[in-house]
Design a protein around this ligand. Structure first.
Ligand SMILES: *[C@@H]1O[C@H](CO)[C@@H](O)[C@H](O)[C@H]1NC(C)=O
Ligand SMILES: *[C@@H]1O[C@H](CO)[C@@H](O)[C@H](O)[C@H]1NC(C)=O
Ligand SMILES: *[C@@H]1O[C@H](CO)[C@@H](O)[C@H](O)[C@H]1NC(C)=O
Length: 368
């Protein structure tokens, strides 16, 4: 709390000084999307998609669950910690949390909610989660609250210079198209057409974010969907990744990069960046040992084959050394795997980050 106040003081001082973003100025972070980036909003909702019971959070300082789908930090946390080293940002607070005080408001907020996807009908089985239209509505509300705190002009600056992280798409396959055989969406669309439909809907979401003042956003891909222990447990006998979900990710990732390219061309600026998280993760899965992992297809916390059946709960098997596992539960990476993903977001080549990586973005934004 003390340091939060200090950062805000520094922030206001530089803000009053005016001028463009400087390297040592805290940069706000906004997060939108699903369980890969939710850091606790679902704790405040009536939903089964939650991570607020042990052993979630087992490797945090308090060893208590926080709502993050991780043993410790998740991807936005690691991103904030990289920022903290570079420019002094704080971990962002879930938008629904009472901890999002006026003091912390200018540092950003996390609007993500486990279970949601690009489409409104994705994750219907999870009940009361924050679907994209509601996350965007809360972002508008956030902006009004911020404007009443620091003034309209300053609020606009804060949003313009923020970094935004978005994770969408995985659930549109796992918790929609492939949720059960002959799902309504799979009867409506062959897979390639479904991916095109997702892209056209995603594009509208990005245009809305741009309209709301977002100027730098990293979009995480779908990841290697078929390689999650949950899918391996259901669809594989020998530990191979599930083919249909891998095929979906194979279509999704390059089309996301293409869509980003076209929307940036339309906007005349590199606003959006596609992170190929499938490729990042695939490298690890193909050769887990070279990254220091023991296994890539078995979850640390769970039960049944590959520890991939059902939820991670207090009665599940939990591995002793979480750093040796790529997957914490049946769907989500361990803190250590998240760190590797953030390394690629920061420093990866254009094979992973299109059109550019985050260190290039930070460099560009510090020099104009
Ligand atoms: C999703 O819901 C919002 C409002 O709740 C609506 O405006 C939007 O058109 C819906 N999207 C689709 C693809 O149906
Ligand atoms: C990115 O690369 C720089 C310089 O090579 C290094 O100092 C930094 O730790 C890297 N960042 C991440 C998140 O790996
Ligand atoms: C990404 O980051 C590293 C340094 O952190 C840099 O050397 C490299 O050129 C960047 N790659 C691209 C494609 O921007």
């Amino acid at each position: 709390m003390g340091t939060g106040f200090l950062f805000l003081g520094l922030f206001l001082a530089t803000a009053v000084g005016g001028g463009a973003a400087k390297v040592n100025e805290p940069r706000p972070l906004f997060v939108f999307g699903d369980s890969l980036v939710d850091n606790g909003n679902n704790n405040f909702l009536y939903t089964s998609a939650r991570a607020d019971t042990p052993p979630y959070g087992i490797d945090t300082p308090s060893q208590r669950p926080t709502g993050r789908f991780s043993n410790g930090l998740n991807i936005p946390d690691v991103l904030s910690s990289v920022f903290r080293e570079l420019i002094g940002s704080e971990p962002v607070v879930p938008y629904l949390s009472p901890e999002l005080t006026d003091k912390r408001l200018p540092l950003g907020a996390n609007f993500a909610s486990a279970g949601i996807g690009i489409l409104n009908d994705t994750g219907f089985q999870f009940g009361d989660v924050l679907r994209v239209p509601l996350q965007l509505e809360y972002f508008r509300e956030y902006k009004r609250r911020l404007a009443s705190l620091v003034g309209e002009k300053q609020a606009k600056n804060i949003v313009n210079k923020a970094l935004v992280l978005v994770s969408l798409g995985g659930n549109d396959f796992v918790n929609n198209y492939f949720l059960y055989p002959f799902s309504p969406r799979s009867l409506q669309f062959p897979l390639p057409d479904y991916v095109s439909f997702l892209m056209s809907e995603y594009r509208k979401i990005l245009k809305t974010l741009y309209g709301l003042g977002v100027r730098r956003a990293i979009l995480m891909g779908s990841g290697p969907l078929g390689c999650a222990p949950a899918e391996i447990a259901q669809h594989s006998v020998d530990g191979e990744c599930a083919g249909n979900l891998q095929a979906a990710a194979e279509l999704f990732e390059p089309q996301l990069a293409e869509m980003v390219k076209s929307i940036n061309a339309e906007l005349g600026a590199d606003v959006f960046v596609a992170a190929n998280t499938k490729l990042m993760h695939n490298n690890i899965i193909t050769d887990p040992h070279s990254y220091g992992f023991e296994t890539a297809n078995t979850a640390c916390c769970g039960q049944g084959p590959f520890n991939g059946v059902g939820f991670c709960t207090a009665t599940s098997n939990v591995c002793n050394n979480r750093d040796k596992f790529v997957f914490w539960d049946a769907f989500h990476p361990t803190e250590r795997a998240s760190r590797l993903i953030v390394e690629q977001i920061m420093n990866g080549t254009d094979l992973y980050m299109r059109p550019m990586n985050l260190s290039t973005i930070m460099y560009l934004d510090s020099s104009n």
